[in-house]
Design a protein around this ligand. Structure first.
Ligand code: ATP
Length: 235
C-alpha cells in the first residue's frame, strides 16, 4: 500500500504541504479533491521523487519514495501521469508510449506485451500509432499519457487532473478506462477538480485545502458531505 505519514513539503520559506497522512490500499481508487493551488501536484511530485519533502515519509509496500530518484520510484511500481500530459508532440504516439517503458528497457518481450495491452485498452491509438502525438485531440492525448504511464507496468498509478480541459463525454471515456485499469489490479491515486466524475469511480477520497487534508471518507461519505457538495459538486 501507499503510506504517507506526516509529510511536509516546502518551497523555500513557503509550506506547500503540512502534515499529510494518506493511504492507498492495494486495489483501491482514491481521489484527492482540491482547488487550484491546494497542493495536489506537489504531493504527486513528492511521491514521484521529483520533490524532496522537508520531513515525513512516503512508502509504497514499504519502499521509500522520497529518495529523490524518480526512476527508482518508477522501477518500484509507482508511475505518474502528469497534469497537462507532457507528451512529446513531435514524436509519434508509439514513441511516446515506448518512452514510458524506459526503466524496463532490458525487458524487450515484456515491453511488446505491454504495448499490445495499451493498444487493446485504446484501440484508437493503434490506428494513430505513427501520427505525431501533438496532432491528436485532447482526449486522445490524455489516453496516450495514461498509456505511457502504463508502459512502466505500475502497481500504483498517480494521475494528476486527467479530465482537465476535456469534454464531458471524453471525461467519461477516460474514467471508464481508469476503472478498467483498476480492475486489472492497478491501484490509483487520482487528483481531480472534477469531483463529480472522480467520486463516481473512487472507493475513498481526501479533500486537500491549502496544503492540508481537511476531510476524508468513503465515496458515499464524501458525496453526502455538505462541504464537498457545495465546494466541489456545485450543489
Ligand atoms: P494546480 O491544480 O493549479 O496545479 P495544485 O493543487 O496541484 O494546483 P500545487 O501546484 O501543488 O497545487 O501548488 C501548491 C502551492 O505551492 C501553490 O500555492 C503554488 O503556488 C505553490 N508552488 C508550487 N510550485 C512551486 C514552486 N516551484 N515554488 C514556489 N511555490 C510553488
Amino acid at each position: 500500500m501507499l503510506d504517507v505519514q506526516h509529510l511536509n513539503v516546502k518551497y523555500g520559506a513557503f509550506t506547500a504541504l503540512t502534515d499529510i497522512n494518506l493511504q492507498v490500499q492495494q486495489g483501491e481508487i482514491v481521489v484527492l479533491l482540491g482547488a487550484n493551488g491546494a497542493g495536489k501536484s506537489t504531493l504527486f511530485r513528492t511521491l514521484s521523487g521529483l520533490q524532496r519533502p522537508a520531513s515525513g515519509t512516503a512508502t509504497w509496500n514499504g519502499t521509500p519514495l522520497t529518495g529523490g530518484k524518480p526512476e527508482f520510484n518508477v522501477a518500484h511500481g509507482v508511475a505518474q501521469c502528469p497534469e497537462g500530459r507532457l507528451l512529446f508532440p513531435e514524436l509519434s504516439v508509439e514513441k511516446n508510449l515506448r518512452l514510458g517503458a524506459y526503466v524496463r528497457r532490458k525487458d524487450r518481450a515484456g515491453i511488446e506485451d505491454s504495448l499490445g495491452h495499451v493498444y487493446q485498452l485504446f484501440p484508437a491509438m493503434l490506428q494513430k500509432k505513427n501520427a505525431p502525438a501533438g496532432s491528436l485531440s485532447g482526449g486522445q492525448q490524455q489516453m496516450v499519457a495514461i498509456g505511457r504511464a502504463l508502459m512502466a507496468k505500475p502497481q500504483l498509478l498517480l494521475l494528476d487532473e486527467p479530465s482537465l480541459g476535456l469534454a464531458p463525454l471524453v471525461v467519461e471515456q477516460v474514467f471508464e478506462v481508469l476503472r478498467q485499469i483498476n480492475r486489472e489490479g492497478v491501484s490509483v491515486l487520482l487528483a481531480e477538480q472534477n469531483a463529480f466524475a472522480a467520486l463516481g469511480i473512487a472507493h475513498r477520497g481526501y479533500v486537500l485545502e491549502s496544503g492540508k487534508v481537511t476531510l476524508q471518507g468513503s465515496q458515499q461519505e464524501l458525496m453526502n458531505d455538505d462541504r464537498v457538495r457545495s465546494a466541489y459538486l456545485g450543489v
